[in-house]
Each structure stands twice: as C-alpha cells, then as structure tokens.
Write a protein that binds this ligand. Structure first.
Ligand code: MTE
Ligand code: MOS
Length: 760
C-alpha cells in the first residue's frame, strides 16, 4: 500500500455508532433481555487467602426466587479459565487466592433476589497466611501461594522472569561520565470504563450456547468458555454487545464473567444475565499492575546514554492472566525511544494474594516510562543540558537499533515529535515564562515536563501467532457492502476506520459500506482488540478483502460497460448482475505481520513489526500550601504514521491525556493485607473535564509506514503512555525535587515541598 491522500484518508468521517449512543439507543450488555431470563450473582471470597472447607447452599435455595446455586461441581468442562497459562479456576474448589474470587453462583428471578441469596450461601473457610507484597513474595521462605508452581517460570511465587541483555552494561557504565540511579513506584489504576463487566448466556438449540457480552476479545472468550463448558468451539457463540469502554480491562476478565454466566445458564437451562455492580467490578476485576522499578542510567558529558540497568517487579496478583504479556512490554520498552548501546533489564511478575492484574492501555509500559523519562531529566540536570536537548541527542533515528537490537528503518518519527512539541510549546520561552512566574509567586509554583515514548504496535515477538487478522466482505444484492472483522468497537473508533478503509480501497461512497456486528459465528477471527493493533491488522485484512472484491466488481462492471469512475454509483446494477448470474459476491481477506524473531534467552530480536512515537509537554501549577497540582497547558504530538481520521485520532489523544493526568496526579487504591481499600468509584478519584487544560493542543507528524494500511500504524494506547510522565516531570520541575512515586496527590506534593529548602 502507499500513503497517497484521497478524500477518505485523513478525513474526519463521522462515527456510524454516534447517533445511537448519543440517543441512548445503543444496546449495552445490561440492555438485553431474553424470554425466561434469570439474573446471576457471584458468591465471592471474603478472604484474600483461605482454604474452602464447606459450601452449603441450602438456606439460599429456600428462597422462592432462587432457581439454582452452582459451585465448581457444576462446571461441565474443565474448571479453568484459559488466558495464557491455565491456572485460574472458574469457581474456586479448594483454595481462594484473592478477596473477591468467585466461589459459587446464584441464579434467581431478579437481580436483587440473586444478590440477597448469594449472601446466604454459607461457605466455611480456614484462613491462610496472606502474601500481599511482591517483594515479600520473592523472599526465600515466603509461603508459596501460586496455584500451579510448575507454571511459575521464575520459581517460588515468581510467575514470569524475563531478561534483556544487549552489549555489556558494565562496560557501558565504565564509559559514562555520570550515572544516575533511582527507584520508582506506581500503584493500581482502575480502568473505570463507563459500562461495568457483564454478559448474558443463552442456551441455544442442539446443546449450543450463545453469550452476549461487553467484550474486547470475543475469540478469547469463545475459547475460554468452550473449555469451561466442555463444548467444541463450534457450539459456543460470542456476540459482542455495544461496549461502553474497555481500555484493556475487557481483555481477560470477560473470559471469566462469560464462563460464569454460561455455567449458570447450563444448570438453570434458561438464559442468565450476570452484570457486576460498580463496587464489585472495582474490587474484583483486573487493574494496572503496581510496580517497583530500579533504574541506573549512564551518560557521557554530552548527554549520550552509554548504558542502562533496570530491574522491574510487577505485582501480578493471584493468577497469571495477562501478566506475561504485560511484563514483556515492560522489558522491551525499558530503554524508551532512545539509542542505548548497552542494556541490562531484569523483569519479574510476582504472585500475591490480590486481584489478578491485567492489561491497561499501554500495558506494562507506563510503569517503565515514568522511570525512563525521570532518568533523562536527572541526567540533564546533572550535566546542565536542556531537557529537550538531551532527548534530541538520544532519540532513535532511521537506521538505529532499539534496545532489543531491532533496526528501525521506516516510519521513525520520534525526533519529529520532539521538534514539533518544542515548537508548539515554544519551549525556550516557556521555560523563561515559568521561571518568571515562579520568581514572582510564593503560593504557587509552575513547572513543565517533557515525555517521549516508543510503542511497539501489535503483539510482536512474544506471541507472533496472534498477529494475524481476517476480514470478510460481501456485495449484497442491493449494492450495499457488508464488511466484517473480529476486532471490536469499544469507543476508539475501529468501526469508522474500517469503513473508511473499505470504501477507500473499493472506490465506493462510504455510505455504501456497513460493518457487521461482531458475532464469532459470523465474523473471522481477527485476533484480540489489543495492543493498538486494530487499525493495522484488521485494516490490512480489510484492504486485502477489498482488493479481491474490487477485482470481481470491476470484471462485472466492464462486462456491463460501466466505467471505473461510475462503478461506485452504479453498484445496485452490478450487484443484481452478480445475483442473476450466480456469481460469488463474498470474499475473505487476510493479514499477517512479517515474521518477527525474538530470543527469550537474551531478549534480543525484532520485537515488533513497527513502532509509534510521541512527545508530550505538560505545564502544571502547584499550590505550595495545599499541594494540589493542576495541569494548565498541554501539548501532545504523535507519530502513528498516516492519520486516517483526524477527529478520531485527536479524540484518542485527548482521552489518553485525561487518563494519564489521573494516573500521575490522583488515582490510587491502597491495599492492606490483600484488601483493596476502595468503594467503587465513590472513593476512587478520577480526572474530570476540569482537570484537563482547555488549551490542550494535539499535533501529528505522519511518518508513513509502508506496510500499514495507507501508511498508518496505531495510536490507541500511546497518548496515555506519554501524558502521565510529562505531568509527573512537570510536578518535579515545579517542586524542584525528585519524584519517584505516583500519584502526586496533595499529601505527596506537600511532602515534596517540605523537602526543599526555600527561602521564606
Ligand atoms: N478508546 C476508547 N474510547 N475506549 C477504549 O476502551 N481502549 C484503548 C485504546 N483506546 C480504548 C480506547 C486500548 S487499551 C487499546 S489496546 C486500543 O484502543 C485498541 O483499539 P485499536 O487497536 O483500534 O487502537
Ligand atoms: Mo489495550 S491495554 O492493549 O487492551
């Protein structure tokens, strides 16, 4: 494909799902009802670690509204929810390993009755020692809490252990003129999608089951639910309902939720809807992995980085779920978008008796981005080099090697994002303005922060078998065209992008093409909707299908004497000719990434098919008395290749900035003894529109990716990845201190000011 610009590429085509969503007519998981439908509730462990002695449903069953209670004994297939490793039960049988783990299920005629009865299911427990901290969990002699010790590849409680060894780190440090070293910590981040997790399982004829749910990866769910139900894949159908946001939180968890709904539906022989309420969702579903990360960075006096040494520990929670994929991204992203000749990274994900953590926008990368950007500023300050300049001297340029030794040849806009961000923010005069502000204010201080990031688009070398996608396309008898992919719309705009690509490639007006709803029995497996891969992977599959269909349409058109220019408008005639002559109107498209090779022993190789880049600049104002930090201005510049839809891309950036502000400044869930101290969203501080600077500006440098659809890469996660670090660095600048821990909420910022000697 090439990067030619035409009417649809880059155009702000409106979203086809907008009207339904704005009118409240879109049907989300909880909007569906089926004849005879029951409501489910989950009996959950009140302990972070305990042995189950007995489960007694008799009192609950006395309730006339209750239809059935299900336990692990009612799981028809294997009592394991498959994600990556098979260690998590659908329903705990002997041991519970985190507070909120499902132990039993109640199906009743109303949701209220189901919830009430769930409290009456009597479960006897014997409490076991709780390991709530990953560092403690790694200590020799710590109780082993993992469900399957054989699958803990780091031994003991260490689920995953990964290394990256490039060059010789010690030799690199020996060449350095300065070395900076620090430890960083980040905590939980809750996805806070608008719609909580939920699904309805409906027993179909002939022993099949259909599950309608708010899901990000329908084919993951199909696979997991089939195993739990003991059914072949062909008897399990997943239908995606309109999804009210996901952000990675509906990548793994729906496999559990949908399986639980299916177990109840099988036992009750009726449709069962299971919707988590917000408190239950926040307490018991995956979040961003809390991290502890040590960094050592060496540089020459001119700011050139010579070596990094990094140690990453992620708190995985009680089961492995997606931790290996998350950790792998930490490993590959640790060096940032910089040229680093000598790299040593050790990364571990560790089991604790806490909720299993999963993917969250950027998965595993924000935990190393805050450190790598902080280290850049520490080096700059120590060497007396401007913070933008030190980045400029180290950012990857075409022909450079990433930390895994991958040569980046095409589409390397890293430096351009920095230059444009510097220009848009008027960096040198911005620094002067801030200095002048601070000289004349004692009650408030301003600071500016910079953050540059790299993002490997797609799943890459750790799971190359997943980086493929299918698409189908069909010319209907009336001349409209149905397009289907197996990746989903969850707010990010995938549907609109697919329609733009299809119409553009077919050369037909966009109102001729329509996306099919996602139903695993009717759409091809396009892999999961994760890793910002939708545009690239499903997009390429759509283009492949479009090329095939266009050739067929073209052949019929020329037989009818219809010119290429007229084809788009005379589709009804062409379609009826297909129909009258029994011509096959349906095609399949397929896309695969070029083989990536990555060596788990050294961590070296081609980790990802392509990289996206961004640079953000944040300006904050901090109240010296209250410690409140507020973003007053923001510049975000992205290289995600050619922008396919400017409004949608800008929306992705604006939303990501808001989530990054939340991560850096306010979002926190304390955890004690395996208990998360949080009450739904009531006690979880989220950014609102008032926390985002109205002056926020978004820019794009479009370094075309020759192998992407019309030159596009992916953008979905990158905005959140870059924004939090820019905000944190701005707070560090404003306070004149080191900043090593999120969130930078008022108490932490007050404590930072207390460490500074300030003339009064
Ligand atoms: N934007 C909205 N509105 N809602 C979402 O749930 N998820 C993010 C991002 N942007 C998300 C979103 C995450 S985690 C990913 S991986 C990408 O979208 C996935 O979509 P894409 O591959 O189409 O970019
Ligand atoms: Mo996104 S965290 O890869 O679902």
């Amino acid at each position: 494909m090439n990067d030619r610009r035409t009417s649809l590429i880059g155009a702000s085509v409106p979203r086809p799902d907008a009207v339904d969503k704005v009118r409240g007519e879109a049907r989300f998981a909880d909007d569906l009802t089926f004849p005879g439908m029951l409501h489910g509730a989950v009996v959950r462990s009140p302990h972070p670690h305990a042995r189950i002695l007995n489960i007694d449903p008799s009192t609950a069953l006395e309730d006339p509204d209750v239809v059935c209670v299900a336990t692990h004994e009612d799981v028809p297939g294997t009592n394991i929810v498959h994600v990556i490793y098979d260690d998590q039960p659908a329903l705990a049988s002997e041991t519970v390993r985190y507070l909120g783990e499902p132990v039993a299920l109640v199906a009743a005629t109303t949701r209220r009755a189901a919830k009430r009865a769930a409290e009456k299911v009597a479960v006897d427990y014997e409490e076991l020692p709780v390991v709530d901290d990953p560092v403690m969990a790694l200590e020799p002699g710590a109780p082993i809490i993992v469900a399957d010790p054989a699958a803990a590849e780091g031994g003991g409680n260490c689920f995953n252990k990964m290394v990256l060894r490039k060059g010789d780190a010690e030799a690199g440090f020996a060449k350095a003129d300065v070395i900076v070293e620090a430890e960083y910590a980040t905590g939980y981040q809750e996805h806070a999608y608008i719609e909580p997790q939920g699904a309805t399982a409906v027993p179909d004829d002939l022993g099949s089951i259909a599950i309608y749910g708010s899901v990000q990866c329908p084919f993951y769910v199909q696979n997991a639910a089939a195993k739990v139900m003991g059914l072949p894949l062909s008897k399990v159908r997943i239908v995606q309902t309109s999804t009210g946001g996901a952000f990675g939180g509906k990548e793994d968890v729906p496999s559990l939720i949908c399986s639980l709904a299916a177990v109840m539906a099988r036992k009750a022989r009726r449709p069962v809807k299971l919707i988590l309420d917000r408190g239950e969702d926040v307490l018991t579903t995956s979040k961003r992995h809390p991290s502890r990360v040590r960094y050592r960075t060496g540089a020459k006096s001119d700011g050139t980085i010579t070596a990094i040494e990094v140690d990453v520990i992620l708190n995985a929670g009680a089961y492995q779920t997606l931790s290996s994929a998350v950790l792998w991204r930490s490993l590959c992203t640790a060096a940032g978008p910089y040229r680093v000749p000598h790299v040593k990274v050790d990364a571990r994900s560790v089991a604790t008796n806490t909720v299993p953590n999963g993917a969250f926008r950027g998965f595993g990368s924000p935990q190393v981005i805050f450190p790598h950007e902080s280290q850049m500023d520490l080096l700059a300050d120590k060497l007396g080099i401007d913070r933008a300049e030190i980045r400029r001297r180290n950012l990857l340029i075409p022909g450079d090697e990433t930390s895994t030794g991958q040569v980046v040849a095409d589409s390397v806009g890293a430096l351009d994002t920095l230059d444009q961000a510097i220009e848009m923010s008027e960096w040198p005069s911005l620094l002067e303005r801030v200095a002048a502000f601070n000289a004349s204010h004692d009650d408030r201080k301003r600071g500016v922060g910079l953050s540059s990031v790299i993002y490997g688009v797609g799943l890459g070398g750790k799971a190359p078998f997943l980086d493929k996608a299918g698409a189908t396309m069909k010319l209907e008898a009336d001349g409209s065209i149905a397009v289907a992919v197996g990746t989903v719309e969850m707010g990010q705009g995938l549907t609109t992008i697919m329609l733009q690509l299809a119409a553009e490639a077919l050369g037909v007006p966009i109102d001729r093409v329509h996306m099919a709803p996602v139903d695993t029995s009717r759409v091809p497996d396009s892999g999961p909707t994760v890793a910002s891969r939708g545009t690239m992977m499903s997009g390429l599959a759509v283009l492949d299908a479009a090329e095939k269909l266009k050739a067929r349409i073209g052949a019929v058109a020329s037989e009818l004497g219809i010119s290429a220019e007229e084809t788009g408008t005379r589709l009804p005639e062409i379609a009826s000719s297909f129909w009258l002559r029994n011509l096959d109107p349906a095609v399949e498209g397929w896309a695969e990434t070029e083989p990536v090779s990555w060596d788990p022993e050294t961590g070296l190789g081609d980790a990802y098919p392509v990289y996206a880049y961004a640079t953000h600049v944040a300006e904050v104002e901090v109240d010296t008395a209250t410690g409140e930090a507020h973003v007053v201005d923001f510049i975000a510049v992205h290289d995600s290749g050619i922008v396919l839809n400017r409004t949608l891309a800008t929306g992705q950036v604006q939303g990501g900035i808001a989530q990054g502000i939340g991560f850096a400044l306010m979002e926190e869930i304390p955890q004690r003894e395996g208990r998360l101290i949080v009450n739904g969203l009531t006690t979880y501080r989220l950014p609102t529109v008032q926390d985002v600077a109205p002056s926020t500006k978004v820019g794009f440098v479009e370094a075309p990716f020759p192998s992407g659809p019309y030159g596009a890469k992916g953008i979905g996660e990158v905005p959140l990845m870059a924004s939090h670090a820019a905000v944190a660095r701005a707070v560090a600048h404003a306070t004149g201190t080191r900043v090593n821990e999120y969130p930078l909420d008022p108490p932490r910022v007050r404590a930072l000011f207390a460490t500074v000697d300030r003339p009064s």
